[in-house]
Design a protein around this ligand. Structure first.
Ligand code: ADP
Ligand code: MG
Length: 743
């Protein structure tokens, strides 16, 4: 018995996923529309009963049994204390823990996980766990804690860091053999108090809303995961320090309702198929886990299942909250949710305390702190050490200590220096020069001391910041609850535990009763036997009916799924055919072969990739040829090539390095015949008047309208050009404008 308890504490035992169901109250609209409530809950027995709205009135109710059920009157704190508190306690002890909220949109997943933060009564699991964690630390003794938090979202199979600076960035999943799957570059914030961690959550929630046009649609299609990592260092009986690391995943899943895919094509279809991919993969993982026959668990099928691999069938304690609505029109979704949850009950996990993992940040912090503190050791101590080490090995840290002096010594030195200065200044026997020299030396010394002081202060500041991040009971956080209250809390916990055990017993008893029906019993009279057997028959008949109904339902659901899948398959096949057609007709087989040989599937990123082109090694490299055949050479070129050495006619574009033949000439200017030159000279004679054009005279004789009005010399301007004629040619040379043409 003791051994069993110890094993449970250490976590060597397998345990199933805990499943609880919560039904929200009817909302105003449902009441106004007069919907009937079809859900009945027996909180004591942990049973949910659903009246069949589709069948006859007399049809038996569908019943499901869970670890706990919470009806519309349940309070947030009640849920927390009874169900979630033990899990968070385990995380504080170094276990991994996960809480999922699953269910149709609008049934209270977000209400259960987050609730209404400003109202202490209506706060959900996440804010309540903050309070719980920091209170636990405040009450601890001889332990150091480091709390970190991250917040991410998976939307359409893309991971977004809700605390990241760049909200457009998408993160990748990576895997390490020692620590498993993790999100690369995910921000983690060290939180020192409830306020700080709440702030982290608020920032994340704000980022979640940004970038979505409709928050309700967005949140019902995306999964949000808040992760709290708790590292705790402890000292065992032998005085050795240990670090335990617990990770708490708080998951608000996307709405589980069927997203209609019918009639969508292209990007819309892609979106529709991706929306619930993670959720259907989660269902497949659960099925494979509880099936018992599957050797392969399809964790890799989606980002969500990969990330939460440990929570399902691995090293984690897991609770699933299945949220349902009470009204009749939600019947189908409610039944589907309950079936899903019912299957999840059978998943077996193997949680264990994560002791002294390699990647504990707390250890790094402690080592860094120890190093910094070593730097602060007293100078006297250092000197002694130095003497010792002069004989043997020399430590690296020693050199760093050189620059560090403890605060007291610095202050003493400062004081000594001041005294000395006063003494020198008052010394009448000293020569002025000597005095100045002394004072100069002192100034240098003073600067040295100031520098040492600054270094010291910086070091102390760093130590302080680091220490403030490590939380200890009673020091960093103040817990206001008094002893009496604590005792009361403990008592409540015990009571709740008792209640839980009672429910378990009751469920066990019911099971036993059912099976004992089949055990043959002796009857004193025939009449008694008939009665007993009729009763048994009736019971079994009812059971048969419900099983038959269940079979029908399941078949119906299966058919619906099949139609959906078939539709998706049709569309994908069509797309595939189109692509194959394009490849077949427009891409050369050689290219296709090359690409196929380079293609490989990257399991980490879940995409096909191309390997880089590798040059064939070995053998001489061929000179690349621009085209398959040589450029055709004309007959003329061939002839010229034989006569002339001008490289222009060479077949190859090779530069002739030796005896370069010049193929260009210096520019010598045009040779102008003397007559032309004389004519030009005459034409270029300076004109006194400038040119002005009077547009108003357009109708007059053009030779009159254009008058030369140019002033100054223009010679030289037209040195090489053609001079405009001094006399404007007769207007008859040009076409006349017609002016406005009457209609
Ligand atoms: P989901 O996240 O599943 O889409 P919400 O948590 O947003 O659903 O809940 C939808 C509405 O129902 C919210 O207005 C919420 O306040 C209300 N609600 C859900 N569960 C409860 C409950 N147990 N008690 C009171 N109100 C609830
Ligand atoms: Mg929600």
């Amino acid at each position: 018995m003791v051994q069993g308890a110890e094993a449970r504490m250490k976590g060597n035992e397998a345990e199933t996923v805990k499943v609880v169901v919560r039904c929200r109250p009817m909302n105003e609209q449902e009441t106004a529309n007069g919907y009937k409530r079809v859900v009945d809950m027996d909180v004591d027995r942990g049973v949910v009963e659903i009246s069949n709205v589709k069948g006859a009135e007399t049809d038996p109710k569908k019943t499901f049994t869970f670890d706990a059920v919470y009806d519309w009157n349940s309070k947030q704190l009640e849920l927390y204390d009874e169900t979630f508190r033990p899990l968070v306690d385990s995380v504080l002890n170094g276990f991994n823990g996960t809480i999922f909220a699953y269910g149709q949109t609008g049934t209270g997943k977000t209400y259960t996980m987050e609730g209404i933060r400003d109202d202490p009564e209506q706060r959900g699991v996440i804010p309540n766990s903050f309070e719980h964690i920091f209170n636990h630390i405040a009450r601890s003794s001889n332990q150091q804690y480091l709390i970190r938090s991250s917040y991410l979202e998976i939307y359409q199979e893309e991971i977004r860091d809700l605390l990241g600076k760049d909200q457009k960035k998408r993160l990748e999943l990576k895997e390490r053999p020692d620590t498993g799957v993790y999100v690369k570059d995910l921000q983690q914030f060290v939180c020192k108090s409830v306020n700080e961690i709440q702030h982290v959550m608020t920032v994340g929630n704000q980022n979640r809303a940004v970038g979505s046009t409709n928050m309700n649609v967005h949140s019902s299609r995306s999964h949000a995961i808040f992760i709290i990592t708790i590292e705790c260092s402890d000292v065992d009986e032998k005085g050795r320090g240990h670090i335990r690391v617990g990770k708490l995943n708080l998951v608000d899943l996307a709405g589980s309702e069927r997203q209609s895919k019918t009639g969508t094509v292209g990007d819309r279809l892609k979106e529709a198929t991706k929306i619930n991919l993670s959720l259907s993969a989660l269902g497949n993982v659960i099925s494979a886990l509880v099936d018992g026959k599957s050797t392969h668990i399809p964790y890799r099928d989606s980002k969500l299942t990969r990330l939460l691999q440990d929570s399902l069938g691995g090293n984690s304690k897991t609770i699933m909250v299945a949220n349902i609505g009470p009204a009749s029109y939600n019947y189908d979704e409610t039944i589907t949710t309950l079936r899903y949850a019912n299957r999840a009950k059978n998943i077996k996990n193997k949680p264990k305390i994560n002791e002294d993992p390699k990647d504990a940040i707390l250890r790094e912090y402690q080592q860094e702190l120890a190093r910094l503190k070593a730097q602060l050791t007293q100078r006297g101590g250092k000197k002694k050490k130095k003497k010792k080490q002069a004989e043997g090995d020399v430590d690296e840290a020693e050199e760093e200590e050189e620059s560090s002096v403890d605060m007291e010594t610095i202050l003493q030195q400062e004081k000594d220096l001041e005294d000395e200065r006063n003494r020198i200044q008052n010394d009448q026997h000293m020569i002025e020069e000597e005095k100045q020299q002394y004072l100069m030396d002192m100034k240098n010394k003073e600067a040295e001391i100031v520098a040492a002081k600054e270094a010291q202060e910086k070091l102390m500041g760093r130590i302080k910041t680091m220490e403030s991040k490590l939380l200890c009971g009673g020091k960093n956080i103040i817990d206001h609850t008094n002893e009496q209250q604590r005792a009361l809390e403990q008592r409540t916990q015990e009571l709740l535990e008792q209640k839980r055990r009672e429910r378990e017993m009751l469920q066990l008893l019911e099971k036993e009763e059912e099976s004992s029906c089949e055990i043959a019993s002796t009857f004193s009279s025939l009449q008694q036997e008939v009665e007993a057997k009729t009763r048994k028959l009736k019971k079994l008949f009812a059971k048969l009916q419900s099983v038959k109904q269940e079979m029908g339902d399941l078949h119906e659901e299966f058919c619906r799924d099949r139609v959906d899948l078939q539709h998706t398959q049709d569309v994908l096949t069509r797309e595939l055919k189109l692509k194959a057609l394009i490849i077949e007709n427009f891409i050369s087989p050689e290219e296709k072969r090359k690409i196929l040989s380079r293609a490989y599937f990257d399991e980490d990123e879940d995409v096909w990739k191309l390997r880089p082109v590798v040059r064939q090694t070995g053998g001489t490299l061929k000179r690349p040829v621009s085209s398959a055949s040589r450029r055709p050479t004309s007959e003329y070129a061939k002839m010229q090539a034989s006569l002339d050495h001008n490289p222009r006619y060479k077949g190859e574009n090779i530069m002739v390095v030796e005896d370069p033949v010049r193929t260009t000439r210096d520019w010598e200017g045009p040779v102008v015949a003397p007559r032309v030159a004389a004519a030009l000279e005459a034409a270029l004679m300076p004109i006194d008047d400038d040119l002005s054009i009077d547009a108003s005279l357009a109708t007059l004789n053009r030779s009159q309208a254009v008058r030369s009005t140019r002033k100054g010399k223009t010679k030289g301007k037209f040195k090489s050009g053609i001079r405009p004629p001094s006399q404007v040619p007769d207007s008859s040379l040009y076409p006349k404008s017609r002016g406005l043409v009457p209609k």
